[in-house]
Ligand binder design. Structure first.
Ligand SMILES: [Zn+2]
Length: 69
């Protein structure tokens, strides 16, 4: 699994999807949502909400999660 290029945290599909969606569609290395939000100067909760919105609308970058929450 890929890791954040800044803090080294292991990335999940949401981290990678968010980076592709909101930063660079052609990226091959990524930031985790925490580091990405620091760059965007927005709260992490805001980005999480955007991700859930896109997931509900079937965005291919954010596949439905297997685990129930
Ligand atoms: Zn990071």
């Amino acid at each position: 699994m890929a890791r954040c290029t800044r803090c080294g945290r292991e990335l999940d599909s949401d981290d990678i999807g968010a980076y592709l969606k909101f930063c660079d569609r052609n990226a091959t290395s990524y930031l985790c949502i925490g580091c990405f939000c620091q760059d965007l100067q927005c709260p992490e909760s805001y980005l999480r909400e955007r991700i859930e919105f896109l997931r509900r609308h079937g965005c291919a970058l954010f596949p439905k999660k297997q685990s129930s929450q």
